[in-house]
Design a protein around this ligand. Structure first.
Ligand code: NAI
Ligand code: MG
Length: 368
């Protein structure tokens, strides 16, 4: 059956990185009968230049209809002064909102060849493979009231509101337990039940759904601040971490830096399963931005984008062998000492975006 991919390369190095994924898709269609059907649209600054919005309604419809969306990056100094509602980031926010992408998956994988570049001792991170699942559409970033009020006595009051309803916790916990079953079968849920009511409810709901549907998975609870400590003390103790929007924002950035450069970090955002097909809406994107300082020079690291496509193979199309092989190809190329500038090290060979992309494709083709 045809697999529909909607490509939104966006601005800056989003374009260059997506080019390397296009090569892999073409190879999979030609040599592996993968049956990917691709369409492309505009998002971010380039979309604003073309039609005055960070994503058009027509492209939004295509994103909603696709089996998966591959997103590059948006933004850059050229659009710093455009109105707030149509700034490049608005395109990504609209995609997340309209597709209801409530589960943000951020793997922290340490490729052995890069263990020495970690901010931690190599032995703490060598072989690290954890998955942080952040709730993305609720919590304190969206709760109302959200305002600054003037108290009239020379003081002001800033208010944000953390809100989580049962269904929001149930569905994010469900994603965590299901994915844990495909990994090491362990989930650690993090909140602050000692000081937050939403944390008490989070803990209860995760415990209940675990008992009802996922009792085969090992479940631990940890206070989120202790979790932050454990992430830098002994990160390999974790398999899947599930947490709310705010804690997840911070903990996933902490975990990211255990493994090295921004140019290496993929992500996925998943929505609810469709009632009829069971398929989840999904968007895959590198964690990095459009990197205006190096855009157009052909030196960007495409691995974050390629690894995002590997996540797409795994989570949207259940192409586990292909996803494993693509990740193995990345590891092999790093072992060979082929590097872009951002991950360059002594004794390695520095190459450009296209060269490292070609090297990964060659290894991938050899594995399949
Ligand atoms: P950035 O991630 O674009 O770049 C930060 C630094 O990391 C730069 O020095 C850049 O050259 C380097 N870098 C990032 N990705 C790299 C790669 N693949 N290979 C080699 N080096 C890489 O973040 P920055 O500079 O804060 O933001 C630049 C623009 O991107 C801004 O307009 C920002 O709003 C936007 N942005 C967009 C995001 C998205 O589309 N999801 C996320 C973050 C920022
Ligand atoms: Mg962040």
């Amino acid at each position: 059956m045809a697999k529909h991919l909607f490509l939104l390369p966006g601005d800056g190095i989003g374009q260059e990185a997506m080019g390397e994924v296009r090569k892999i898709i073409a190879h999979m269609n030609d040599a592996m009968s993968a049956d990917f059907v691709t369409d492309e649209g505009l998002v971010g600054g380039c979309a604003y230049d073309a039609h005055g919005a960070a994503i058009s309604d027509a492209d939004m419809e295509k994103a909603m209809a696709a089996d998966a969306v591959l997103f590059g990056a948006v933004g850059g100094p050229k659009w710093d002064s455009v109105p707030y509602e149509v700034r490049p980031e608005a395109g990504l926010l609209r995609l997340r909102k309209d597709m209801e992408l409530f589960a943000n998956l951020r793997p922290a994988i340490c490729y052995p060849a890069l263990a020495a570049a970690s901010s931690l001792k190599p032995e703490l991170v060598d072989g690290l493979d954890i998955l942080i699942i952040r709730e993305l559409t609720g919590g304190v970033y969206f709760g109302e009231p959200k305002e600054i009020i003037d108290l009239g006595n020379g003081q002001k009051r800033g208010i944000d509101t953390q809100i989580y309803d049962t269904y929001e916790i149930e569905r994010i916990a469900g994603v965590a337990f299901e994915l844990a079953r495909t990994r090491k079968n362990a989930v650690c849920s993090m909140e602050k039940r000692n000081v937050m009511k939403s944390g008490v409810l989070w803990n209860q709901v995760v415990t209940e759904i675990h008992k009802a549907k996922y009792s085969d998975v090992k479940l631990d609870h940890m206070l989120a601040d202790a979790g932050g400590m454990q992430l830098v003390r002994a990160p390999k103790q974790f398999d899947v971490i599930v947490t709310d929007n705010l804690f997840g924002d911070m903990l996933s950035d902490v975990a990211a830096m255990l493994t090295g450069s921004l140019g290496m970090l993929p992500s996925a955002s998943l929505g609810a399963p469709d009632g009829k097909t069971g398929k989840r809406k999904a968007l895959y994107e590198p964690v990095h931005g459009s990197a205006p300082d190096i855009a157009g020079k052909g030196i960007a690291n495409p691995i974050a984008m390629i690894a995002s496509f590997a996540m797409c193979l795994r989570y949207s199309f259940n192409m586990i062998t292909e996803a494993d092989n693509l990740e193995k190809a990345i590891a092999t190329v790093l072992d060979q000492g082929i590097r872009t500038g951002d991950i360059m090290a002594d004794g390695c060979r520095q190459v450009g975006t296209g060269d490292i992309g070609d090297a990964i494709l060659k290894e991938f083709a050899g594995l399949s």
